[in-house]
Design a protein around this ligand. Structure first.
Ligand code: C2E
Ligand code: CA
Ligand code: CA
Ligand code: CA
Length: 279
C-alpha cells in the first residue's frame, strides 16, 4: 500500500504480510539484488544549525527493483535481517558510502562526514571491526569522517558485546551515534559508559516541537543530556521552520530532515551543495 501522510514515501511499498508466495519471491529477488547491483545509496544532508553549513550526510539504502521501482528500506531491511543477508547489504552500503566520499573529495565537494546505519546482526559479529577497518584502508577514507549509527535497543540487546565492538570501532578513529534516541529503554547510567559521539533525537520528538505547549520537553531534555555528557546532538525528521527555530534556540548542534533536504542521489548533493562553501 502506498502510505500517505506522515511517512510519505515516493516509493511503492509491497504488502509484506501478503502471502508466503510473495514473501518467497521477495527473498529470492533480494538475494539476487545484491549480486545484480540493484542496491543504491541515497544521501541526506545534515546541517550545522549554528552556521547553516553541511555537517555531513546520512547514507540510506534503496533498492531499484526491476519491476516494482525504487523501494525504501522499510520494505526489505527487516526481511534481509531475517534472511541473514543484512551483513552483506550493510558491508556493501558501507563501502559504497566510503567510495562516494572519496569521489566527492575528488570532485571538489567537501562533505565533512558520512553516517552509515548498522544492523543488530552486524554489531553482533566478531568480524565487524576488522571489516570496517579493511574498508577504510581499501577506500582511503579518513576514519574521522565515518560515523556509524546504532539504536539503543541494538546496544542493550547484547550490551557486553556491544561495548567491546564500540570500543574497537572508536579505536579505529570513527564516530558513533545513537539513532532514534529516546525511543529505547536504555538506562542513562549505561549511556554514560558507552564510547559515543552523538545522540540523534528521534523524529517523533521533533514532530511534537510545535504541537503542544510542552511539546519540546523531551527534545530539550535530550539536548541537555547531550551537553552534560559532552556529546553532540542531532535532530532528525525536521520538516518545519518552527522546529528548526526551536532546535537552534535550544542549542541543538545538527539538524536533518526534509526542511534541509531529502535523501538524494550523490550527484544531486553536488548540485545543491557544490556551489556553496561547505565545511
Ligand atoms: P533511520 O535511520 O531512522 O533513517 C531516517 C529515516 O527518516 C529515513 O527513511 C529518511 O528518509 C527519513 N526522513 C528523513 N528526513 C525526514 C523528514 O523530515 N520527515 C520524515 N517523515 N522522514 C524523514 P528511510 O530512508 O526510508 O530509512 C528507513 C530506515 O531504514 C532507517 O531509519 C534505517 O533504520 C533503515 N536503513 C536505511 N538504510 C540502511 C542501511 O544501509 N542499513 C541498515 N541496517 N538500515 C538502514
Ligand atoms: Ca539512521
Ligand atoms: Ca533515526
Ligand atoms: Ca527512525
Amino acid at each position: 500500500a502506498k502510505e500517505m501522510g506522515r511517512n510519505t514515501y515516493q516509493y511503492y511499498e509491497p504488502d509484506l504480510t501478503a502471502s508466503a508466495f510473495d514473501r518467497l519471491r521477495l527473498e529470492n529477488d533480494l538475494r539476487a539484488a545484491v549480486r545484480r547491483g540493484e542496491l543504491l545509496v541515497h544521501y541526506q544532508p545534515q546541517i550545522q544549525l549554528s552556521t547553516g553549513r553541511l555537517a555531513g550526510v546520512e547514507a540510506l539504502v534503496r533498492w531499484q527493483h526491476p519491476e516494482q521501482g525504487l523501494l525504501a528500506p522499510g520494505c526489505f531491511i527487516s526481511v534481509a535481517e531475517e534472511m541473514g543477508i543484512i551483513d552483506e547489504i550493510g558491508v556493501w552500503v558501507l563501502r559504497a558510502a566510503c567510495v562516494q566520499m572519496m569521489d566527492w573529495d575528488a570532485s571538489g565537494l567537501s562533505v565533512p562526514r558520512v553516517a552509515v546505519n548498522l544492523s543488530a546482526q552486524q554489531l553482533g559479529r566478531d568480524s565487524l571491526v576488522g571489516q570496517v577497518s579493511d574498508i577504510l584502508e581499501e577506500t582511503g577514507l579518513a576514519p574521522a569522517r565515518l560515523e556509524l549509527e546504532l539504536t539503543e535497543s541494538m546496544i542493550m540487546q547484547r550490551a557486553d558485546r556491544a561495548i567491546d565492538a564500540l570500543r574497537g570501532l572508536r579505536a579505529l578513529g570513527i564516530a558513533i551515534a545513537v539513532d532514534d534516541f529516546g525511543t529505547g529503554y536504555s538506562s542513562l547510567g549505561y549511556i554514560r559508559q558507552l564510547p559515543l559521539n552523538r545522540l540523534k533525537i528521534d523524529a517523533s520528538f521533533v514532530q511534537d516541537l510545535d504541537a503542544a505547549e510542552d511539546g519540546g520537553m523531551i527534545a530539550r531534555a535530550i539536548i541537555g543530556l547531550g551537553k552534560s555528557l559532552g556529546l553532540e546532538v542531532i535532530a532528525e525528521g525536521v520538516e518545519r521552520e518552527a522546529q528548526n527555530a526551536f532546535l537552534r534556540r535550544e542549542g541543538c548542534d545538527i539538524g536533518q530532515g526534509y526542511l534541509y533536504g531529502r535523501p538524494m542521489p550523490a550527484a544531486d548533493l553536488c548540485a545543491s551543495w557544490g556551489s556553496s562553501p561547505a565545511g
